[in-house]
Design a protein around this ligand. Structure first.
Ligand SMILES: [Zn+2]
Length: 275
């Protein structure tokens, strides 16, 4: 079925069937830093759903020590809030876990992959460089969060262009035009996720920046943390420069990252409302 849909021409895609929602699937708070969100996307196409990143999942809520570990929980200030998990928020929208056919990951850090195990039937898409980084045992990742055995699909080839940046077409069960955009540095295979919808681009930059202000302030204080957390800081800086260049152009682009709460839609409850 995947193969047949793949053959559709772009013109045949009924965009009225596609809806994209911005949701927050987790909270981190490590004062004096401001609270950080887990800004994910829910893409609905007919009866099928695609997630971009998964936040802090229900398995994390039930067994945080084993899945994430006290050091990481403490270092990032993880909050374990059942009602904020993806599975709970989808249920409250009447969307069954089985409707989630595909999950596209920016990277494999624990605050992005916690919800994977709540959707074990979904195919999980990511850059091959990121999967190799995970398989190589990079200690930043937490193997328990993958112990259910995700159905991986990796992409290694830049086969397309997204507003001047190389991109990789992601093949999901839906007709939505989704791309992985290499934004390496934070991790070795970290990607943005771009979606072409209604003739405009939306780019989730993941953790390419923590705060949007980093695009305009080259000496933002959060840079110290970003440097510390980067697998490859030179690449991270290069990525940030590419994003600065892209977002200064007057192109029709909506962009946002994972952790900056100022980029969440107004209707999303903040940490003080849910904790
Ligand atoms: Zn993150």
């Amino acid at each position: 079925m995947r193969g047949i849909k793949w053959l559709h021409n772009k013109e045949e895609v009924d965009e009225s069937m596609i809806r994209i929602e911005h949701l927050n699937f987790g909270w981190l708070h490590k004062p004096p830093l401001p609270p950080a969100s887990c800004h994910c996307l829910l893409i609905l196409s007919g009866d099928e759903a695609v997630l971009v990143d998964t936040g802090i999942g229900m398995h994390d809520v039930h067994d945080p020590q084993r899945r994430i570990g006290s050091d990481a929980i403490d270092a990032a200030g993880f909050k374990f809030l059942p009602d904020v998990t993806a599975i709970r928020q989808l249920e409250s929208r009447g969307i069954a876990a089985s409707a989630v056919t595909d999950i596209v990951l920016t990277h494999c850090d624990s605050d992005h992959v916690g919800g994977l195990a709540d959707f074990p039937a979904a195919r999980v898409h990511l850059a091959s460089e990121e999967k190799e980084n995970l398989d190589a045992g990079n200690p930043r990742y937490t193997p328990f969060q993958f112990s259910h055995g995700p159905d991986w699909e990796t992409y290694s080839e830049n086969d397309s262009d997204m507003l001047g940046l190389p991109s990789r077409r992601v093949s999901t069960s839906t007709d939505v035009d989704i791309r992985l955009v290499p934004l390496f540095g934070h991790t070795n295979g970290h990607c943005g996720v771009a979606i072409n919808h209604e003739a405009a681009w939306m780019l989730h930059v993941g953790d390419a920046y923590y705060l949007r202000d980093e695009l305009t302030n080259e000496h933002h204080p959060i840079s110290d943390l970003a440097t510390l957390r980067a697998d490859n800081n030179d690449l991270r800086m290069e990525t940030l420069d590419n994003l600065r260049h892209l977002t200064r152009q007057s192109v029709d682009l909506t962009y946002f990252g994972y952790h900056d709460i100022t980029e969440l839609p107004d209707n999303i409850p903040l940490l003080e409302d849910v904790a």
